[in-house]
Write a protein that binds this ligand. Structure first.
Ligand code: ATP
Length: 315
Protein backbone atom coordinates (compact mmCIF):
# COMPACT_ATOMS: atom_id res chain seq x y z
CA UNK A 1 0.00 0.00 0.00
CA UNK A 2 1.48 3.36 -0.95
CA UNK A 3 1.77 6.15 1.58
CA UNK A 4 -0.65 8.27 -0.40
CA UNK A 5 -3.46 5.72 -0.13
CA UNK A 6 -2.68 4.74 3.47
CA UNK A 7 -4.21 6.75 6.32
CA UNK A 8 -1.53 5.27 8.57
CA UNK A 9 1.83 3.85 7.58
CA UNK A 10 4.32 2.64 10.17
CA UNK A 11 7.73 1.17 9.43
CA UNK A 12 10.47 -0.20 11.67
CA UNK A 13 9.08 1.39 14.85
CA UNK A 14 11.20 0.92 17.95
CA UNK A 15 9.98 2.29 21.30
CA UNK A 16 11.98 1.85 24.47
CA UNK A 17 11.10 2.41 28.13
CA UNK A 18 14.31 2.53 30.14
CA UNK A 19 16.42 -0.30 28.77
CA UNK A 20 13.45 -2.32 27.56
CA UNK A 21 12.22 -2.29 23.94
CA UNK A 22 8.44 -2.53 23.99
CA UNK A 23 8.07 -2.11 20.21
CA UNK A 24 10.82 -3.76 18.18
CA UNK A 25 10.67 -2.77 14.54
CA UNK A 26 6.90 -2.74 14.20
CA UNK A 27 5.26 -2.12 10.82
CA UNK A 28 1.62 -1.73 9.85
CA UNK A 29 -0.61 0.06 7.35
CA UNK A 30 -4.23 1.09 7.52
CA UNK A 31 -5.92 2.11 4.27
CA UNK A 32 -8.62 4.76 4.00
CA UNK A 33 -11.98 3.14 4.69
CA UNK A 34 -10.40 0.15 6.40
CA UNK A 35 -11.17 -1.05 9.94
CA UNK A 36 -7.97 -2.53 11.38
CA UNK A 37 -8.18 -4.49 14.65
CA UNK A 38 -5.10 -4.27 16.84
CA UNK A 39 -5.10 -7.34 19.08
CA UNK A 40 -2.68 -8.50 21.72
CA UNK A 41 -2.42 -9.66 25.32
CA UNK A 42 -2.31 -7.19 28.22
CA UNK A 43 0.96 -5.32 28.28
CA UNK A 44 1.83 -6.15 24.65
CA UNK A 45 2.17 -2.45 23.83
CA UNK A 46 -1.15 -1.41 22.22
CA UNK A 47 -1.46 1.78 24.26
CA UNK A 48 2.22 2.54 23.69
CA UNK A 49 1.68 2.19 19.94
CA UNK A 50 -1.35 4.51 20.05
CA UNK A 51 0.56 7.06 22.12
CA UNK A 52 3.42 6.92 19.62
CA UNK A 53 1.09 7.44 16.64
CA UNK A 54 -0.35 10.48 18.46
CA UNK A 55 3.16 11.87 19.05
CA UNK A 56 3.04 11.48 22.83
CA UNK A 57 5.87 8.94 22.91
CA UNK A 58 9.01 9.54 20.87
CA UNK A 59 10.31 6.40 19.15
CA UNK A 60 13.98 5.44 19.17
CA UNK A 61 13.73 4.75 15.44
CA UNK A 62 11.24 4.08 12.66
CA UNK A 63 8.58 6.12 10.87
CA UNK A 64 4.96 6.96 11.55
CA UNK A 65 3.18 8.66 8.62
CA UNK A 66 -0.44 9.77 9.08
CA UNK A 67 -2.32 10.54 5.85
CA UNK A 68 0.99 11.35 4.19
CA UNK A 69 2.31 13.56 7.03
CA UNK A 70 5.32 13.01 9.27
CA UNK A 71 4.78 13.65 13.03
CA UNK A 72 3.71 17.21 13.83
CA UNK A 73 0.66 19.45 13.97
CA UNK A 74 -0.63 18.56 10.49
CA UNK A 75 -0.39 14.83 11.21
CA UNK A 76 -2.16 15.34 14.55
CA UNK A 77 -5.05 17.13 12.83
CA UNK A 78 -5.59 13.96 10.81
CA UNK A 79 -6.11 11.85 13.95
CA UNK A 80 -9.22 11.44 16.08
CA UNK A 81 -8.59 9.59 19.33
CA UNK A 82 -11.23 7.90 21.47
CA UNK A 83 -9.37 6.98 24.65
CA UNK A 84 -10.31 4.18 27.00
CA UNK A 85 -11.48 6.49 29.76
CA UNK A 86 -14.56 8.56 29.13
CA UNK A 87 -13.49 12.19 29.41
CA UNK A 88 -16.60 14.38 29.40
CA UNK A 89 -18.07 17.23 31.44
CA UNK A 90 -20.89 15.39 33.18
CA UNK A 91 -22.94 18.45 34.17
CA UNK A 92 -23.05 19.78 30.58
CA UNK A 93 -25.25 18.57 27.71
CA UNK A 94 -23.95 16.62 24.74
CA UNK A 95 -24.06 19.76 22.58
CA UNK A 96 -22.26 21.85 25.23
CA UNK A 97 -19.53 19.21 25.56
CA UNK A 98 -19.00 19.13 21.81
CA UNK A 99 -18.89 22.94 21.69
CA UNK A 100 -16.06 22.83 24.23
CA UNK A 101 -14.17 20.24 22.16
CA UNK A 102 -14.76 22.27 18.98
CA UNK A 103 -13.41 25.43 20.62
CA UNK A 104 -10.40 23.55 22.02
CA UNK A 105 -9.51 22.34 18.54
CA UNK A 106 -9.63 25.93 17.24
CA UNK A 107 -12.90 25.87 15.29
CA UNK A 108 -15.03 29.01 14.95
CA UNK A 109 -18.60 29.09 16.33
CA UNK A 110 -20.36 28.51 13.00
CA UNK A 111 -18.09 25.70 11.85
CA UNK A 112 -18.36 24.06 15.30
CA UNK A 113 -22.18 23.96 14.97
CA UNK A 114 -21.91 22.44 11.48
CA UNK A 115 -19.33 19.92 12.74
CA UNK A 116 -21.56 18.98 15.69
CA UNK A 117 -24.53 18.31 13.39
CA UNK A 118 -22.37 16.14 11.14
CA UNK A 119 -20.57 14.25 13.93
CA UNK A 120 -23.79 13.57 15.85
CA UNK A 121 -25.49 12.26 12.73
CA UNK A 122 -22.45 10.02 12.08
CA UNK A 123 -22.48 8.75 15.69
CA UNK A 124 -26.31 8.27 15.66
CA UNK A 125 -26.47 10.70 18.55
CA UNK A 126 -28.70 13.50 17.27
CA UNK A 127 -31.64 12.49 19.47
CA UNK A 128 -29.57 13.04 22.64
CA UNK A 129 -27.96 16.39 21.77
CA UNK A 130 -29.72 18.30 24.53
CA UNK A 131 -29.35 15.67 27.27
CA UNK A 132 -26.90 16.11 30.11
CA UNK A 133 -24.03 13.61 30.13
CA UNK A 134 -24.79 12.39 33.65
CA UNK A 135 -28.12 10.88 32.58
CA UNK A 136 -26.60 8.94 29.65
CA UNK A 137 -25.66 5.25 29.77
CA UNK A 138 -22.09 4.09 29.10
CA UNK A 139 -22.92 3.27 25.46
CA UNK A 140 -24.27 6.79 24.76
CA UNK A 141 -21.26 8.38 26.49
CA UNK A 142 -18.98 6.45 24.15
CA UNK A 143 -20.91 7.82 21.19
CA UNK A 144 -20.30 11.32 22.55
CA UNK A 145 -16.59 10.51 22.80
CA UNK A 146 -16.61 9.30 19.21
CA UNK A 147 -18.46 12.45 18.07
CA UNK A 148 -15.87 14.58 19.90
CA UNK A 149 -13.03 12.68 18.21
CA UNK A 150 -14.40 13.12 14.69
CA UNK A 151 -15.54 16.77 14.88
CA UNK A 152 -12.55 17.83 12.77
CA UNK A 153 -13.13 14.98 10.28
CA UNK A 154 -9.84 13.15 10.77
CA UNK A 155 -8.48 10.71 8.19
CA UNK A 156 -7.70 8.22 10.97
CA UNK A 157 -9.93 7.36 13.94
CA UNK A 158 -8.23 5.47 16.77
CA UNK A 159 -10.41 3.69 19.30
CA UNK A 160 -8.89 2.18 22.44
CA UNK A 161 -11.20 -0.55 23.76
CA UNK A 162 -14.41 1.28 22.85
CA UNK A 163 -16.89 -1.31 24.06
CA UNK A 164 -15.50 -2.28 27.47
CA UNK A 165 -18.33 -2.31 30.01
CA UNK A 166 -21.19 -1.62 27.59
CA UNK A 167 -24.14 -3.96 27.05
CA UNK A 168 -24.76 -6.00 23.89
CA UNK A 169 -27.20 -3.52 22.31
CA UNK A 170 -24.85 -0.59 22.92
CA UNK A 171 -21.97 -2.63 21.53
CA UNK A 172 -23.92 -3.40 18.36
CA UNK A 173 -24.85 0.27 18.06
CA UNK A 174 -21.18 1.26 18.31
CA UNK A 175 -20.27 -1.33 15.68
CA UNK A 176 -22.79 0.27 13.35
CA UNK A 177 -21.29 3.72 13.97
CA UNK A 178 -17.74 2.48 13.34
CA UNK A 179 -18.79 0.75 10.13
CA UNK A 180 -20.67 3.82 8.88
CA UNK A 181 -17.62 5.99 9.56
CA UNK A 182 -15.36 3.63 7.64
CA UNK A 183 -17.79 3.82 4.73
CA UNK A 184 -17.18 7.59 4.58
CA UNK A 185 -13.51 6.76 3.86
CA UNK A 186 -12.24 7.22 7.40
CA UNK A 187 -9.60 4.68 8.45
CA UNK A 188 -10.20 3.07 11.83
CA UNK A 189 -7.57 1.59 14.13
CA UNK A 190 -9.41 -0.38 16.79
CA UNK A 191 -7.43 -1.69 19.78
CA UNK A 192 -9.54 -4.39 21.37
CA UNK A 193 -9.55 -7.49 23.51
CA UNK A 194 -12.93 -8.41 22.09
CA UNK A 195 -12.05 -11.01 19.46
CA UNK A 196 -15.64 -11.52 18.46
CA UNK A 197 -15.88 -7.80 17.81
CA UNK A 198 -12.69 -7.85 15.73
CA UNK A 199 -13.96 -10.76 13.67
CA UNK A 200 -17.33 -9.08 13.12
CA UNK A 201 -16.28 -5.60 12.02
CA UNK A 202 -12.57 -5.55 11.07
CA UNK A 203 -11.37 -5.92 7.49
CA UNK A 204 -7.87 -6.65 8.81
CA UNK A 205 -6.42 -7.60 12.16
CA UNK A 206 -2.90 -7.69 13.53
CA UNK A 207 -1.55 -9.47 16.60
CA UNK A 208 0.85 -7.36 18.60
CA UNK A 209 3.28 -9.67 20.34
CA UNK A 210 6.99 -9.55 21.11
CA UNK A 211 7.09 -5.95 19.90
CA UNK A 212 5.91 -6.52 16.33
CA UNK A 213 2.55 -7.05 14.63
CA UNK A 214 2.53 -10.60 13.31
CA UNK A 215 0.61 -12.12 11.81
CA UNK A 216 -1.62 -9.52 10.18
CA UNK A 217 -4.24 -9.82 7.46
CA UNK A 218 -7.87 -10.58 6.84
CA UNK A 219 -9.38 -12.54 9.76
CA UNK A 220 -10.69 -15.41 7.60
CA UNK A 221 -7.36 -15.78 5.79
CA UNK A 222 -5.31 -15.81 9.02
CA UNK A 223 -7.62 -18.43 10.50
CA UNK A 224 -7.43 -20.58 7.36
CA UNK A 225 -3.62 -20.29 7.32
CA UNK A 226 -3.34 -21.43 10.94
CA UNK A 227 -5.94 -24.20 10.98
CA UNK A 228 -6.55 -25.31 7.39
CA UNK A 229 -9.71 -27.40 7.24
CA UNK A 230 -9.78 -28.22 10.96
CA UNK A 231 -13.02 -27.62 12.83
CA UNK A 232 -13.96 -27.08 16.43
CA UNK A 233 -16.24 -29.64 18.05
CA UNK A 234 -18.25 -27.94 20.80
CA UNK A 235 -19.85 -30.02 23.48
CA UNK A 236 -22.43 -28.57 25.89
CA UNK A 237 -23.00 -30.91 28.84
CA UNK A 238 -26.15 -31.14 30.99
CA UNK A 239 -24.15 -31.34 34.20
CA UNK A 240 -20.57 -31.04 35.37
CA UNK A 241 -18.66 -34.26 34.57
CA UNK A 242 -17.25 -36.44 37.36
CA UNK A 243 -13.41 -36.62 37.57
CA UNK A 244 -13.26 -39.94 35.65
CA UNK A 245 -15.38 -38.45 32.86
CA UNK A 246 -13.14 -35.39 32.79
CA UNK A 247 -10.29 -37.80 32.05
CA UNK A 248 -12.28 -39.35 29.17
CA UNK A 249 -12.95 -35.90 27.69
CA UNK A 250 -9.36 -34.75 28.03
CA UNK A 251 -8.07 -37.97 26.46
CA UNK A 252 -10.37 -37.31 23.51
CA UNK A 253 -8.63 -33.92 23.11
CA UNK A 254 -11.26 -31.67 24.69
CA UNK A 255 -10.56 -28.74 26.97
CA UNK A 256 -13.10 -27.10 29.24
CA UNK A 257 -14.78 -23.70 29.11
CA UNK A 258 -17.79 -22.18 30.85
CA UNK A 259 -16.73 -23.70 34.19
CA UNK A 260 -16.69 -27.26 32.81
CA UNK A 261 -20.18 -27.32 31.26
CA UNK A 262 -18.72 -26.60 27.84
CA UNK A 263 -15.89 -28.52 26.13
CA UNK A 264 -14.10 -27.80 22.87
CA UNK A 265 -11.73 -29.73 20.64
CA UNK A 266 -9.95 -28.73 17.44
CA UNK A 267 -9.36 -31.36 14.78
CA UNK A 268 -10.33 -32.91 11.48
CA UNK A 269 -13.99 -33.45 12.14
CA UNK A 270 -17.18 -33.70 10.12
CA UNK A 271 -20.83 -34.58 10.74
CA UNK A 272 -20.05 -38.31 10.65
CA UNK A 273 -17.15 -38.17 13.14
CA UNK A 274 -19.29 -35.97 15.41
CA UNK A 275 -22.07 -38.59 15.39
CA UNK A 276 -19.51 -41.30 16.22
CA UNK A 277 -18.04 -39.17 18.99
CA UNK A 278 -21.47 -38.49 20.51
CA UNK A 279 -22.18 -42.21 20.58
CA UNK A 280 -18.87 -43.07 22.27
CA UNK A 281 -19.30 -40.29 24.86
CA UNK A 282 -22.78 -41.54 25.62
CA UNK A 283 -21.32 -45.00 26.18
CA UNK A 284 -18.92 -43.47 28.71
CA UNK A 285 -21.93 -41.95 30.50
CA UNK A 286 -21.34 -38.42 29.24
CA UNK A 287 -24.64 -36.94 28.21
CA UNK A 288 -24.41 -33.90 25.97
CA UNK A 289 -27.17 -31.31 25.65
CA UNK A 290 -25.68 -30.33 22.33
CA UNK A 291 -22.73 -31.29 20.12
CA UNK A 292 -21.94 -28.98 17.24
CA UNK A 293 -19.25 -28.22 14.70
CA UNK A 294 -17.97 -24.77 13.85
CA UNK A 295 -15.04 -23.21 12.05
CA UNK A 296 -12.37 -21.87 14.44
CA UNK A 297 -12.52 -18.13 15.07
CA UNK A 298 -10.11 -15.40 16.10
CA UNK A 299 -10.46 -16.51 19.73
CA UNK A 300 -8.90 -19.87 18.83
CA UNK A 301 -6.19 -18.15 16.78
CA UNK A 302 -5.41 -15.84 19.70
CA UNK A 303 -4.94 -18.82 22.06
CA UNK A 304 -2.78 -20.54 19.44
CA UNK A 305 -0.54 -17.47 18.95
CA UNK A 306 -0.30 -16.68 22.67
CA UNK A 307 0.87 -20.24 23.29
CA UNK A 308 3.44 -19.94 20.48
CA UNK A 309 4.72 -16.64 21.94
CA UNK A 310 5.10 -18.21 25.39
CA UNK A 311 7.00 -21.16 23.92
CA UNK A 312 9.31 -18.84 21.95
CA UNK A 313 9.89 -16.80 25.13
CA UNK A 314 10.76 -19.97 27.07
CA UNK A 315 13.38 -21.03 24.51
N1 ATP B 1 5.59 5.11 30.79
C1 ATP B 1 6.06 3.88 30.90
N2 ATP B 1 7.27 3.62 31.45
C2 ATP B 1 7.76 2.37 31.55
N3 ATP B 1 7.09 1.27 31.13
C3 ATP B 1 5.88 1.44 30.58
C4 ATP B 1 5.29 2.75 30.44
N4 ATP B 1 4.07 2.60 29.85
C5 ATP B 1 3.92 1.26 29.63
N5 ATP B 1 4.97 0.58 30.07
C6 ATP B 1 5.20 -0.88 29.98
O1 ATP B 1 5.24 -1.18 28.58
C7 ATP B 1 4.52 -2.41 28.30
C8 ATP B 1 3.42 -2.13 27.30
O2 ATP B 1 2.40 -1.38 27.94
P1 ATP B 1 1.07 -0.89 27.20
O3 ATP B 1 0.25 -0.14 28.19
O4 ATP B 1 1.44 -0.20 25.97
O5 ATP B 1 0.39 -2.29 26.85
P2 ATP B 1 -1.12 -2.61 26.35
O6 ATP B 1 -0.99 -3.62 25.28
O7 ATP B 1 -1.81 -1.34 26.02
O8 ATP B 1 -1.76 -3.25 27.62
P3 ATP B 1 -3.33 -3.31 28.02
O9 ATP B 1 -3.99 -4.18 27.01
O10 ATP B 1 -3.25 -3.94 29.37
O11 ATP B 1 -3.85 -1.91 28.04
C9 ATP B 1 4.03 -2.92 29.64
O12 ATP B 1 4.97 -3.86 30.10
C10 ATP B 1 4.03 -1.68 30.52
O13 ATP B 1 4.24 -2.03 31.87
Amino acid sequence: MSETTAALNIEGLVVRYGDRDVLRGLGLSVARGEIYGLLGPNGAGKTTLIRTICGRVRPVSGRVIVAGHAPGRTALRQIGLVPQEIALYTHLTVRENLEVFGRLSGMGAASTQAAIEWACAAANLTSRLNDRIDILSGGWKRRVNIAAAILHRPALLILDEPTVGVDVDARNGLHEVIQQLSQTGMAVLLATHDLDQAETICNSVGFLRAGVVAPQGRPRELIAEAFGSQKEVILELRQLPSPDRVVVLERAGFSAFNGGLGWVMLGQANERTVAELSASLEQAGIEAREVRLRGPGLDRLFVHLSRATRMEGAR
